[in-house]
Write a protein of this length. Structure first.
Length: 300
């Protein structure tokens, strides 16, 4: 498998043969608008339903729509996923995943993702009669115990009465919000920025650092240019990371800001030894503007 392009997270979007599957092209557009790479997989029945839309889906994603297992020795053309979203999942596909019955490629791939530690989000699409079947409740419990995000009920899909068709719109927004949260999307990143701003708030005054870090973070909260990055602070340094892994933050190419009481130093990289000082200032707004300017450099 290949990795996603330009560092974008890769989402596998799987669908089974329920009416909501006809909404996949719009969902792919929405997902790509969030900055995700998307690869679509379908059960054989769903593939038949969407046959006329397959060329458009492949053009949208840049990948073939996959429904069958590959032959031995055949290369896998899809990138490695960061998360699998299975929606809509029919009664058959949902129970098959819980029971480990991998007769279709999408169920088998989702089951394997679980074993690899790849997050799996599943939104079933069943009526109330099927939801009342005893196996369905067991499958919900089994998948949740395995760590699957099952979107059922108030915060997900609410089953319709039999024969009413799609009485309610399929809650795609809930599915995409969950994927966004699993991936650590803008909402979660913003929450982390806010938590740090509160931690280093006006009540914090630690000797030589003073309130400088808090002043900087409160300004940063209103800056959309930082929404794609994770923040990390020490007593006197703000570092940034795209991966949220700060164990080797010095190996990343992002600039940093060092703070002390009444002053800031913008560094070209988050390392003290040999770090290039780009700006020294007493103005947090000027320091933040310089930081954002460095982030706009090609290759960041």
């Amino acid at each position: 498998m290949e990795s996603g392009g330009a560092g974008r997270p890769v989402v596998y979007l799987f669908g089974a043969a329920a009416g909501a599957v006809f909404g996949l092209p719009d969902v792919v557009r929405d997902a790509r608008g969030r900055g995700w790479e998307v690869a679509v997989g379908l059960t054989p029945a769903a593939r038949g339903w969407l046959e006329a839309q397959l060329p458009g889906l492949e053009e949208l994603t840049g990948y073939p729509v996959k429904s069958a297992y590959r032959w031995p020795g055949q290369p896998d053309v899809l990138p490695v996923p960061d998360v699998v979203l299975f929606a809509p999942a029919t009664f058959n596909s949902f129970n098959s995943l819980a029971l480990g019955l991998t007769t279709s490629w999408v169920v088998g791939c989702a089951a394997e993702a679980l074993g690899k530690g790849i997050p799996v989000v599943v939104m079933p699409c069943v009526n109330t009669a099927l939801a009342a079947h005893p196996q369905f409740a067991r499958s919900v419990a089994t998948l949740r115990e395995a760590g699957v995000h099952v979107l059922l009920g108030e915060d997900g899909f609410v089953p319709n009465e039999p024969g009413t068709g799609d009485a309610r719109p399929f809650p795609w927004d809930a599915a995409l919000r969950t994927v966004d949260r699993v991936l650590g999307g803008p909402e979660e990143r913003r929450a982390e920025w806010a938590a740090l701003a509160e931690h280093w708030g006006p009540a914090w005054d630690h000797g030589w650092v003073g309130t400088s870090m808090g002043d900087l973070l409160r300004l940063a909260l209103a800056e959309p240019g930082l929404a794609e990055l994770w923040p990390c602070t020490s007593m006197n340094q703000l570092r940034l990371s795209r991966s949220r892994d700060f164990r080797d933050a010095g190996g990343e190419s992002f600039p940093a800001v060092a703070a002390w009481q009444g002053g800031y130093r913008v560094l070209a990289a988050p390392a003290w030894e040999g770090a290039e000082t780009v700006l020294e200032t007493t103005d947090p707004a000027e320091a933040l503007a310089c930081l954002l300017g460095l982030l706009d450099r090609p290759g960041r």
